[in-house]
Write a protein that binds this ligand. Structure first.
Ligand SMILES: Cc1cc2nc3c(=O)[nH]c(=O)nc-3n(C[C@H](O)[C@H](O)[C@H](O)COP(=O)(O)O)c2cc1C
Length: 233
């Protein structure tokens, strides 16, 4: 894939790092752009950790970057983390630096643009800007980690957001936790030995079939958060 990955001065430099950790530069052509504030936040949050290597790097002011023109073919652009300032400028279509021009181009070309904003709480201007960019075609993945996978490290927490970005890009992420799809074998064994409910073995059986088998329907709605009416997301 040919990707643009851009970072802004929102908190969450680790989101950028973990996304890049999941992208093999030998497999993907990655064009990287930092705003000035993104570099400041990286240092604030990650200290001496070296800036990412292995990508084609572009300056914020460099309108010669290929993704500043729709004629250069790219698959997707991700702004991670995305400040509310940058998101507002994308919504306004200011296009006055390479990052903003890239976003403008991806929207006009109907290419995948993923924005990962990090802010809380929101004011009404920010909420309206989010609606505006969504209406224009951006995919907004707020940096709101999930905890139902019981992440044990900060990286694992961050990865709950990064996984949603990779899914949208269509990039395989076999290590990610998927509710109802990856039962914890030790819990299944414990449930079996204690004569527990049939749900965990049901899940295991669902995985043990041939790859071409249709997925089994799990009846217990507690184990099916994506079933209509379960209210989970
Ligand atoms: C340590 C630090 C943390 C910040 N966290 C956020 C944040 O989480 N969200 C946000 O929208 N702005 C945050 N900001 C403010 C942005 O950096 C600021 O609005 C800046 O103008 C964004 O510019 P940029 O979008 O060009 O990078 C933070 C700034 C600093 C120094």
């Amino acid at each position: 894939m040919k990707l643009v990955v851009a970072a802004t001065g929102a908190s969450g430099a680790l989101y950028l790092k973990r996304l890049l950790d999941h992208l093999d530069p030998a497999e993907h052509e990655i064009h990287l752009l930092f705003t000035g504030y993104a570099r400041q936040v990286w240092r604030e949050e990650l200290g001496d950790m070296p800036f990412p290597q292995g990508c084609v790097e572009h300056g914020e002011k460099c309108m010669n970057a290929p993704f500043c023109s729709g004629s250069a073919l790219f698959d997707a652009m991700v702004v991670i983390p995305c400040s509310m300032g940058t998101l507002g400028r994308v919504a306004a279509g200011t296009s006055d630096n390479a990052l903003l021009r890239g976003c403008d181009v991806f929207l006009k070309e109907r290419r995948k643009l993923v924005l990962v904003p990090r802010e809380t709480p929101w004011n009404l201007i920010q909420a309206r800007n989010i609606v505006t960019v969504m209406e224009a075609g951006a995919h907004v993945v707020p940096a709101c980690p999930g905890f139902y996978s019981r992440p044990q490290t900060v990286e694992a927490v961050v990865d709950t957001v990064v996984a949603r970005v990779l899914d949208y890009l269509g990039i395989a992420n076999p290590g990610t936790f998927r509710w109802g799809c990856e039962p914890d074998a030790s819990k299944v064994a414990a449930a079996r030995s204690s004569g527990g409910s049939a749900s965990p073995p049901d899940l295991l059986e669902g995985r043990s079939g041939q790859e071409s088998d249709p997925p089994k329907t799990v009846q217990n709605s507690k184990n099916c958060p994506h079933e209509p009416g379960s209210g989970a997301s």
